[in-house]
Ligand binder design. Structure first.
Ligand code: SF4
Length: 79
């Protein structure tokens, strides 16, 4: 399970995030390229845009469920 206290600092603010367990496998970027991308630092993914519409949230949840190391979380505060 992803830990919001261990998320990468370059995620965009909001509900979805990638934490430090990420192994940079690329899967989330393939599933939801409008929301996940590789960090500029390399070596891990980040969320660069938060989903708003139901269909967008659905695709981000699909990425979350597909992550092989459970590095994607969706429990961060929106504030
Ligand atoms: S699917 Fe998981 S491990 Fe793979 S790049 Fe995305 S966050 Fe990282």
């Amino acid at each position: 399970m992803a830990d919001r206290n261990d998320k990468w600092g370059d995620n965009v603010k909001g509900k979805f995030y990638v934490d430090r367990q990420c192994i940079d496998c690329d899967l989330c970027r393939e599933i939801a390229p409008k929301f996940f991308k590789q960090s500029l630092e390399g070596g891990h993914s980040i969320v660069y845009k938060q989903p708003k519409e139901d269909s967008e949230i659905k695709i981000c949840n699909e990425a979350l469920e597909s992550c092989p190391v459970n590095a994607i979380g969706s429990d961060e505060d929106d504030n």
